[in-house]
Design a protein around this ligand. Structure first.
Ligand SMILES: Nc1nc2c(ncn2[C@@H]2O[C@H](COP(=O)(O)OP(=O)(O)O)[C@@H](O)[C@H]2O)c(=O)[nH]1
Ligand SMILES: [Mg+2]
Length: 201
């Protein structure tokens, strides 16, 4: 967790900046989500899919996708006065797994984006955060043409631990993305508090 203590008066209003990861399969809308909610011009490291990459990157079911995020997306959003979130979109392809351990250092929690047409693509991200006890919410990006599933169905299909929130969203919509982030901050806050209480009891 990154926190700034720029308040010279030492009041209790020091701005808080929390680190959030945005994960999920290739083409699920991570770059779109970070771009939609970010107040700063999102930093992207998109590259045209090279011919070589096209042989490895599975673009089945991903419409008109010609770029891929090779390292990560970065953005910032102020949730309320004094509380900012720094968003790190993790690379979607398995060959970039090695970056995750670095990225997840100090993260409050994660958003796992899911597309119900290719739900299995988010299994690795779900496994990763479950194993490391990093709080996460699953955000179902409701693509046009995809059959609408309820949050309950998605939760069962992913075999999530009870309590892990599932939120339906539109990654292109700022308010929708912000709602996902607020759910995550609330949920992660509860999880961290519960762990803290456990550790002292
Ligand atoms: N129809 C629709 N298209 C979307 C949505 N989110 C993303 N896309 C498109 O899906 C493609 C993949 O999105 P992108 O954000 O690059 O995926 P990433 O690989 O997870 O970063 C892009 O062409 C987006 O414009 C959505 O909610 N609805
Ligand atoms: Mg991307």
């Amino acid at each position: 967790m990154v926190s700034e203590h720029s308040d010279a008066t030492g009041g209790d209003t020091a701005p808080l900046a929390l680190k959030i990861l945005v994960a999920g399969g290739f083409g699920v809308g991570k770059t779109t989500l970070v771009g939609a909610v970010s107040e700063i011009k999102p930093l992207r490291t998109e590259e045209l899919l090279s011919e070589a990459g096209q042989l490895v990157d599975d673009t089945d079911g991903v419409d008109q996708k010609v770029t891929t995020t090779v390292a990560m997306d970065f953005g910032r959003i102020t949730i309320r006065s004094g509380l900012s979130l720094y968003l790190f979109g993790t690379p979607g392809q398995d060959r970039f797994w090695f970056l995750w351990d670095e990225l997840s250092q100090g993260a409050l929690g994660a958003v796992v984006l899911a597309d119900t047409r290719r739900l299995e693509d988010c299994f690795p991200a779900v496994d990763y955060f479950e194993h490391r006890h990093i709080p996460f919410v699953v955000a179902v990006n409701c693509f046009q043409g995809a059959r609408a599933y309820g949050a309950e169905e998605v939760s069962r299909a992913l075999d999530l631990d009870g309590g892990t929130p599932v939120v339906l969203c539109d990654a292109r919509d700022r308010d929708s993305g912000k709602e996902v982030l607020i759910r995550l901050v609330e949920y992660a806050g509860r999880m961290h508090t519960a762990r803290l209480l456990d550790s002292v009891s």
